[in-house]
Design a protein around this ligand. Sequence first.
Ligand code: CMC
Length: 436
Amino acid sequence: MTPSDVKATLSFSDGSPSIDLPLYKGSIGPDVIDIRKLYGQTGKFTYDPGFLSTASCQSTITYIDGDKGELLYRGYPIEQLATQCDFLDTCYLLLYGELPNEQKQKDFHKLVSEHTMVHEQMQFFLRGFRRDAHPMAVLTGLVGALSAFYHDSTDITNPTHRDIAAIRLIAKMPTLVAMAYKYGEGQPYVYPRNKLSYAGNFMRMMFATPCEDYEPNEVLVRAMDRIFILHADHEQNASTSTVRLCGSSGTNPFAAIAAGVACLWGPAHGGANEAALNMLEDIQRNGGVEKVGEFIKQVKDKNSSVKLMGFGHRVYKNYDPRAKLMRETCHEVLGALGLENDPLFKLAMSLEKIALEDEYFVARKLYPNVDFYSGIVQRAIGIPVSLFTAIFALARTVGWIAQLNEMIGDPEYKIGRPRQLFVGSERRDVPPLAQR
Ligand code: CMC
């Protein structure tokens, strides 16, 4: 990085000498002030819990303009990728920086499909879980377990090894998610079928049984593929930052991705799609569209902890562009299945309309995010609610591994080690037991 001619000057009201801090310009987006030498020069840290103003790395992968509601993967708008490319093209783009030409597309599809099976031993590992375990608990374990199968063969300082770890993860995630689902259902696992598309193969592993094969419905397969594209990466969100921080110690990449899966599970992040659908079902059970006004009142009440799930975003202060695409997919899928009058969809539209006009949401720039509609689409496809976040994890795996590999390949990379403002007890002596 080359610093710009502009410098930031930090001065103190107590007369301590001011210091100049270098400033870097991104290709788009806000400039950053380099504070790496701040502690050395002033003995002070910066304070930014929740990273509201902190760029934790430099990256060339994904760019979000939250005010405009714009999302770019390697410069390409999400709207173009979602309508002109498939998920594997998007994976290739995120990993290598460019869209594949025809030959590279063919080679990449073949490469990924050669790695779709998981070690047979994984079945026995799965058996240790209760059948009713949450799929995200199972997936955290399964992805972590992959590290045991590929430890000696994964040297993270070797770019070829990093690349093959990425391919293995992208190829095996659908198999693992489908296995977690089948295990919960008490059904036999369905092995991957490599001649199918990435999304088609996943849906077959989910819905086929030894008694009946799955006949792919093109609209539903395309919807699933779009869900994957829309969730593939989202710059330095909580789970991606977790993967980067975890991986910064030089750990096994499969273990770092398992940390990302664990982070994604939370309802403020990937778990929001499950929470949003549960919320819609709850309102539906308690009176439906008629009760929307009452529900919104609860959401706005400072003394209640009720949130409108699927609304709001740390970065988007405008309509999430993924939500627009997901809304369109929602119409397509419900249309194809003859479910245009689905009460939950109607309820979601009514909630959205009221919230978009309500002063509380307008003032706080709270708009629907991708999770508001993705749950309805997945439910219509036949995916159980508890599996929604696992599907998000499947799709986000490419983003996690692309970001992890970018970090390890960056000459400026260091182990992540935040500092703190300590406000606890000063040094004190342990009193004898009788005096405590
Ligand atoms: N419903 C009601 N009020 C909300 C909501 C919501 N969904 N989201 C934010 N607010 C209010 C919040 O109470 C606060 O109000 P006030 O200023 O009066 O205290 C204000 O808006 C700012 O919110 P914040 O919590 O400071 O914002 P944040 O950037 O820390 O949180 C968020 C972002 C996504 C965690 C939050 O909007 C939220 O919890 N949304 C619901 C969960 C959700 O849908 N998450 C999915 C995010 S998109 C998928 C992903 O990328 O993981």
